[in-house]
Design a protein around this ligand. Sequence first.
Ligand code: COS
Length: 389
Amino acid sequence: MAMTAIETGFDLTLTEEQELARKTAHDFAAEKVLPRAAEIDEQAKIPRELIAEMGALGFMGAYVPEQYGGAGLDVLSYTLIVEEINRACASTGVALCSHVSLAVDPILHHGSDEQKARYLPALASGERIGCFALSEPASGSDAAAMRTGATRQGDSWILNGTKNFITNGSIADVAIVFAQTDPTERHKGIAAFIVETKTPGFSVGKLEKKLGIRGSDTAQLVFQDCRVPAANLLGEVGEGLRIALSTLDGGRISIAAQAVGIARACLEDSLAYAKQREAFGKRIADFQAIQWMLADMATEIDAARLLTWRAAAAKDAGEDHILAAAEAKLFASDVAVRAARDCVQIFGGYGYLKDFPAERHYRDAKITEIYEGTSEIMKLVIAEEILKE
Ligand code: COS
C-alpha cells in the first residue's frame, strides 16, 4: 500500500539551499507581488514583467536541472516558493504553479532528450510560458471522457476539439494537450502532445471571468485541424491519461502549497487587524472568540504545510506520492477556505469591502477545492489508495 503519514519519515529541517529559496521568494513576494495584488485582481491581469522576474529568479524552472537552464532545486524548495508567492497573490501564484507543475514537469519526466533540450530552457527561464490542456466543456473530473481527437497523417497529428478552463491558456507559448487517438480504446487511446501555440489551427476562444484568482488567465483553447509534428508526441500513444494523472499528482502538491499560502495571508492579515482594531475598550485580539479563530487557523496551517512538505519530499525521493498529494490538497484547500471565512469574520464589515484584502482571500481560496481535482475526487483517490490491498 502507498505510505501513510506514520510510515513516511522525512527530515523537517530545511537545508541552506531550501532556506535561501524561501527567503528569496519571500522578499520578492513582499516587495514586488503583494503591493500589486489588489490591482492584479481588479484589472484581471498579471503584469508580464512579474512573470519575467520570477523567471530571472529561477522560479519558473525551480526544479528543472541546471543542464536544461533550470534552478536545479528540489520539489520541496519549489513548494516553499509557491507558498510565498501565493501568500502575496494567488493569481500570480497559480500562473507559476500551472507553468511549472503542469507544463514543465511532464516534459521533464516524459519528454525525449530532444524534446527536453528543445523546450525546457526557454520555459525554465520564463521566456516562454506553458499551459496544460486536459479539461473540456463536457469533461473535468472524468478526464478520460475527453472528445478532442488526434488523427495521424503522415508525420503529423491533426488535432480537433476544444479545451476549457486552461490556466495561462491565452498567454502560453507551449501547451501540453491531451487528445483521443482512438475513442473505442477510451483511456488507452489518449495521447499527450507538446503544441506550440503559434501553430496554425490553434486559437484562443473565450476568456473566462471568475469569482477569484481573477488576475490568472483562464481560457478556452480551440483546435481546428491543428497540425502537430509527430516529433511532438509526448511519451507513447495510449500513455496520455497516465501522463496527465501523474502530472496532476505533482500539481496537487503545488495547489496544496498555494492553499497554505492563501491561508497564511488570512492569518497574517487577521493578526495585524485584530491587534489594532478596538472594541469595548480593548483590542479585539484580546477577546477569546477572536483568539480561538486565530488559534485554529495557525494550527491548521501548520498541519497543512506538513502534509504538503511530506508530499513534496516523497516526490523528491522518487516515491509514489499519489496518496500524499491528494491528502495534502484535500486538507490544505479546506484549511484555506475556512481561514478565509474567519478572516472576513474578524475584519467584520471591513472584511466585506474591496479596500481590504480579506474579501480577495475569500474569493481566491475557493478554487483550491476545485481545480486539479475537486475535493470529492481527492477523497476518491485517497479511498482507492488506502483500499488497494
Ligand atoms: N498516475 C498515473 N496513472 C494513473 C493514476 C496516477 N495518479 N491514476 C490512475 N492512473 C492510470 C490507471 O492505472 C489506469 O491505467 P491502466 O488501465 O493502464 O492501469 C488509468 O490511469 C485509468 O485509471 P482509472 O480507471 O482509475 O481512471 P478513471 O477514469 O476511473 O479516473 C480519477 C480516475 C477520477 C481519479 C481521475 O480521472 C482523476 O484524477 N480525475 C480528476 C482529473 C482532474 O484533476 N481534473 C482537473 C483538470 S486539471 S485543472
